[in-house]
Ligand binder design. Structure first.
Ligand SMILES: [Zn+2]
Ligand SMILES: [Zn+2]
Length: 346
């Protein structure tokens, strides 16, 4: 498709403007998707405020955004499975498909991945984006565009549940009840965990967790998390603890609250190095599992939402029109009006 489109372009920290740019051209194996909803992620905020995350630095003007849903408006001639008019979500990591990681199914570890909104690859705060056919998944009619744009964060939760081998026998603790912690909660339900405890510092987030599936919630600012979880489990500890907070204190607590033979799953990024007591990890034979984005969970995440087993809709607390994207970022940064997920309607 020829012509111009609106896109939100980050020039430098705190300087993002909506401007007209050329609609990107599709390659034969790609489709052009008209964006409908794009969620604001913590990583978008980090790039907006600091212009970098670890070694990823915004050097050229960049379009942020990766949690998206939309409608196909153009199809490359090599595309066989998709058609114009389909409502879709896009898995945002475009991988080589040839390296040992890709070939073994762990494509989220591909060293040459191009990820939406991660320098130098433009993201989805734009009217149109291109995507390779293999990354595009049609969504059923009963999944709204709002829910569609929640599939990406839910996929992170599904990956945590999958890699943590959460199952029907497991008591699970989720530390941190921001949007990712909530999606881990939803995924733990989908994977069959009968008991799920959720912690956070903010009561309103714990209210969401309690309302949408947590067995117990614990406010870590007023309660002793370790004592509370040990008493909830008759002194045994949980089978799986997932840290979705990135808080060094919470990460340290996982060692104390997991029972011998249990699993620790790390999803949240801590601000700096965290030290862990190896002399406690060894005799308990704990497994520590890091999570990097996701692989092979998008279809399951879509089915979980479509079937109602994962609840995502109530977490979308704010929707801003595209022209007000800066307001959306502001609400996220200052936590105005008890936000969970803020989306932009494009
Ligand atoms: Zn995200
Ligand atoms: Zn690869």
């Amino acid at each position: 498709m020829k012509g111009m489109m609106k896109a939100a372009i980050l020039y430098k920290p705190m300087d993002m403007r909506i401007e007209k740019v050329k609609i990107p051209r599709i390659k034969p194996n790609e489709v052009l998707v008209r964006m409908k909803r794009v969620g604001i992620c913590g990583s978008d905020i980090h790039y907006y405020l600091h212009g970098r995350i670890a070694s990823f630095v915004v050097k050229e003007p960049l379009i942020l955004g990766h949690e998206c849903s939309g409608e196909i408006v153009e199809v490359g001639r090599g595309v066989s499975r998709l058609e114009i008019g389909q409502r879709v979500v896009i898995e945002p990591g475009f991988v080589c498909g040839k390296c040992p990681y890709c070939r073994s199914g762990r494509y989220n570890l591909c060293r040459t991945v191009k990820f939406y909104g991660t320098p130098p690859f433009n993201g989805t705060f734009a009217e149109y984006v291109t995507a390779p056919e293999q990354n595009v998944y049609p969504i059923p009619d009963n999944v709204s565009f709002e829910e569609g744009a929640m599939i990406e964060p839910l996929a992170v939760g599904m990956m945590a549940a999958k890699m943590g081998r959460i199952n029907v026998n497991d008591t699970v603790a989720v530390l941190g009840a921001g949007p990712i912690g909530q999606m881990v909660l939803q995924a733990a339900k989908v994977y069959g965990a009968p008991e799920i405890y959720v912690t956070d510092l903010l009561d309103y987030r714990l209210d969401y967790a309690k309302k949408y599936g947590a067995s117990e919630v614990i406010n870590a600012s007023s309660e002793n998390v370790v004592e509370r979880i040990m008493s909830l489990t008759d002194g045994e500890g949980v089978d799986v603890a997932v840290d979705a907070s990135g808080s060094p204190l919470a990460i340290r607590q996982t060692v104390d609250i997991v029972k011998p033979g249990g699993r620790i799953v790390l999803v949240g990024y801590p601000p700096s190095e965290v030290s862990l007591p190896i002399a406690e990890i060894l005799p308990k034979e704990l497994t520590i599992q890091g999570i990097h984005r996701y692989a092979n969970v998008y279809p399951a995440a879509i089915k979980a939402v479509s079937s109602g087993r994962a609840i995502v809709k109530p977490y979308v607390t704010h929707i801003f029109p595209f022209e007000k994207i800066l307001e959306g970022f502001e609400v996220h940064i200052k936590k105005i009006g008890k936000p969970m997920k803020i989306q932009i309607a494009i």
